[in-house]
Design a protein. Sequence first.
Length: 180
Amino acid sequence: MKKRSFVLVAILGLGLGVSSCNNPGDVTKQQLYNNATLVDNEAFNFFKGVHEKGTNAIEMANYSNSQGATGEIKAYNDKVLEVMPAILTEMETLAADFQVVLPDPGLIRFEAPVEGDSTQVFGQDTYKRVYTEDAAFIYDQFKRLSRNTVKEVRAFGQEKLPIAEELYKLSGGTIDQVGH
């Protein structure tokens, strides 16, 4: 009886040990439900917010171009489509290194307005207001990230800050040149 009990306890222990192991690439419950990461709140908010706004900017640019955007809106769309996919790809790789789950499982994707429904008007003025706000948010987040305490994250922020600044200026935003 003792030998049988010992074997059962050993099998149970082995089963619990194997089931508690995670593969390095797997998303853990701590990451998915509790946002447990290896970065501070500022970098976490950067990853989540900029990834969401960047993904939305790409979708909006594609939609706007398909609707015949011209002038400054077309120039902004083209720049977003040129630089943002590469930034988001690099960001996803960096975020994975610090156990930040991207894309966010709850991310709400941009949906083109349904034609004929007057409650979903998405004209050029609305689009310009939205992309200017998004570009300002992205620029601000990159500016903050360039002072982060995590060396790799800070380097990423400093490297991409000029691109974020260019997008912000292209969207109509102005940058005050103030010294310290």
